[in-house]
Design a protein around this ligand. Structure first.
Ligand code: SF4
Length: 416
């Protein structure tokens, strides 16, 4: 077995947290971490198998690593995560060059993480694992199991450690963070967790991702509104707006209640950035229902929006639904919705022109810096290109916005 190792982490931030635990485990065993996968003796691929595109990316990556092993560059391959959890038997048969397969990580091991794979100034913190919502298109409850919250003490302890280390942003993740506490404490306690995190925060932001709209309580919105450190940013995956499709998806919420919730959030937290995601091309999605979705996007004007083409996943209830939509048609709907959102996003960004925003400097790129505001989550949202001299990565600066684009902003550092 080789002495150096590397990891390729695919998929979402929740998977990245698992990758960090795996890296910590290998380091503890005496392996030396190597940034560049091509130079490591052992390469771990932590896979994602949520939708078709993710599976394809996982397989392609494994095949590339297998090539490297055949060339003698890599000695040992470990494949972990959702793909072997879902297709373990088939993979073992097909990919003989892989030395070890392991499924998804035991959630109890979340506290074993001693290594961070994100830039030093932000960190993901997993507050729950698994899911109990059973959306009909989603395989995650089968892969990750039932909903389990992490104890509040343990979350707070880890957060405290991160803050002590000088982390500037803690991003709370889970399949559905709004249910936090329901299994352990028999009631939802996300609002309480946020209030406590706000209290122990120093110079840092805290961001919460993945709040299912049907489970989000008003007191969570109150906790964000009243806080000093929780980002005024709510990630609220809605997935569709037609009542018929919401029901077919088993989202357990209606259009009327979604609209009521959005109005409430915007009234309570003025200036909040709302992020959502939609699936286009769900089985049986009629043209009129797709048009209803477009009108909704236009009317609500989400600050941030992610779009997905429906992916037909074996083992999910929606797999057997009638009226599966052709890939070409899904693509057409996807492009149309994307185009619409581009215009919405451009209009929203224009509002920032001339304003001074607090930004976190993330990277230097040639003669400018790349930063984010509290309205942008790492990796998925836009950024601010900042002109300035000798700025410190991982520090906050006030930036006057002088130009705006579809998804990004540009500006200059101002004093104070
Ligand atoms: S909330 Fe729905 S889409 Fe999200 S992980 Fe759970 S079942 Fe899947």
């Amino acid at each position: 077995m080789g002495k150096t190792f590397s990891i390729i982490s695919l998929g979402c931030p929740r998977n990245l947290v698992d990758s960090e635990v795996i890296v910590s485990e290998f380091k503890k065993k005496g392996f030396v971490f190597q940034d560049e996968a091509a130079k490591a003796d052992t390469v771990i691929v932590n896979t994602c198998a949520f939708i078709e595109d993710a599976k394809k990316e996982s397989i392609d990556t494994i095949l590339k690593v297998i090539d490297a092993k055949k060339n003698g560059d890599v000695k040992r391959i470990v494949v972990a995560g959702c793909l072997p959890e879902r297709y373990g038997k088939e993979l073992k048969k097909e990919l003989k060059e892989v030395d070890e397969f392991r499924g998804v990580l035991d959630f109890k091991r979340a506290g074993e993480r001693t290594t961070s794979l994100t830039p030093r100034h932000y960190a993901y913190l997993k507050i729950s694992e698994g899911c109990r919502n059973k959306c009909t298109y989603c395989i995650i409850p089968d892969i990750k199991g039932p909903y389990r919250s992490r104890g509040m003490e343990s979350v707070l302890e880890e957060a405290e450690g991160l803050i002590e280390k000088g982390i500037k942003e803690i991003v709370l993740v889970g399949q559905d963070t709004s249910l936090y506490g329901i299994d352990l404490y028999k009631k939802k306690r996300l609002a309480e967790l946020l209030r406590k995190l706000d209290k122990i925060s120093k110079e840092n932001w805290v961001r919460i991702l993945y709040c299912h709209p049907a489970n989000l309580e008003n007191d969570v919105i109150g906790a964000i509104r009243d806080s000093r450190h929780i980002c005024k940013y709510i990630d609220l995956p809605i997935e569709h707006i037609s009542d018929r499709i919401l029901k077919e998806m088993h989202r357990r919420i209606t259009k009327k209640d979604i609209i009521r919730l959005i109005r409430f959030i915007r009234r309570e937290i003025p200036g909040v950035a709302l992020r959502t995601s939609f699936i286009v091309g769900f089985p049986g999605e009629r043209d009129s229902e797709f048009q209803e979705l477009l009108s909704f996007i236009e009317e609500i004007r989400f600050e941030r929006l992610g779009l997905f083409r429906y992916s037909r996943e074996e083992g999910t209830p929606a797999y057997n639904l009638k009226g599966q939509i052709r890939e070409l048609e899904k693509e057409r709907r996807f492009s149309q919705a994307m185009l619409l959102q581009q215009g919405v996003s451009r209009g929203i960004n224009e509002r920032f022109k001339g304003q001074i925003l607090k930004t976190l400097i993330e990277e230097k790129e040639e003669d400018r810096y790349i930063a984010r505001t509290e309205y942008d989550a790492p990796e998925v949202d836009g950024c601010v290109y900042v002109r300035g001299k000798d700025l410190k990565l991982g520090n906050f600066y006030n930036v006057r916005i002088n130009d705006t684009y579809e998804y990004d902003l540009t500006g200059e550092v101002v004093q104070g």
